[in-house]
Design a protein around this ligand. Sequence first.
Ligand code: ADP
Ligand code: ASP
Ligand code: MG
Length: 401
Amino acid sequence: MLIVQKYGGTSMGDCDRIQNVANRVLETKKIGHSLVVVVSAMSGQTDTLIGYTKHFSKLPIEREVDMVLSSGERITSALLAIALDSMGYKSISLSGRGAGIITDGVHTKARIEYINTQKITDLLNEGYIVVVSGFQGVTEKGEVTTLGRGGSDLSAVALAGALNADLCEIYTDVDGVYTTDPRIEKNAKKINKISYDEMLELASMGAKVLLNRSVELAKKWNVPLVTRSSFTHDEGTLITTEENIMEKPIVSGIALDKNQARVSIANVQDRPGIAADIFGSLADNNINVDMIVQTIGRDGKTDIDFTISESETDLTKKVLDKFLDNVESIDYDCDIAKVSIVGVGMKSHSGVASAAFKALAKENINIMMISTSEIKVSMIINIKYSELAVRTLHSVYELDK
Ligand code: ADP
Ligand code: ASP
Ligand code: MG
């Protein structure tokens, strides 16, 4: 079998942990499988590197940011290759460029366009364990890019898809996907199997155990995906098609995203094209907008509220400043969080959303914005209530049972 394994930042956190990863990798190698191992930087390293770039500028040149950030994963991949080699196994590390991961040129959140797998395939045929630096690629012109925070998951799934691997295993610091973040709710339960669609919603809504884009790709290419712990031998969670899951709970999980900010634009002219102007400018700068609410117009004016990632607040300010002359005010609120309920069973059950509203009201938690899809309800609330909201909703839907 060809297996792609990915080890996250905590698993690669220091030299002892990298040694532990080397031992885990060899357990699989000794069974006779071919192995590509994707690694993250040591935990905290990417944050430290971002801090360095911001020392000099609030909005550092993104090309240079990528040069800095990509170094974290180069270090860990080479260290793991050294560890494996010293244990008597042929191993080689490859950067994103070396691994043939070709991306577009959107620095700090590049998308993978394709992967030239020839070099990896040749190395696997020669018996090497191939260790790839996650989170990075290179443009056709040779510029180094990174894939966005949590991007090593995407590197792993993309490589698994491109190499037609039999399995992609994501090793992290929890032994699978839980009904909610086990750091917030200690009664959260491990889910043995979850559908791609539910996992995609949970991940998109903030469950960072998997990057949403990696789940999207796994679904598209039918990559069998498992998340498990690098510190235990427990079985983990299988992410698979809905048909493979017998029991479908109404609600599968609760997600929390604290990295959110709300932008409120007051007294915008209520005329055709204004939304296109504002959101077009944001899109031109690759700023992702999530929930959008526009109030009913009065006296030819309207208010528009929407949410963005908190980390893009400075860039958003820079982009929207040119509209200040034509509106009354633009306010930014970073003290918000998004809490979401996800479950495929919602498609056929009513009352799921109203139970959430009732439960939050009972705790005196005000809901500022709401958005729904077929299998999800999301609510924006004040960040100070976010953990209480998660625990409240987790118990309302009896996810601890
Ligand atoms: P890695 O560095 O291995 O990529 P991450 O920190 O990105 O690890 O993701 C693992 C973390 O995701 C866990 O430690 C946990 O706190 C968090 N998490 C959030 N939601 C969930 C969930 N539903 N199930 C499991 N873990 C979750
Ligand atoms: N090191 C990167 C980050 O912290 C990528 C990853 O860990 O997946 O976001
Ligand atoms: Mg991660």
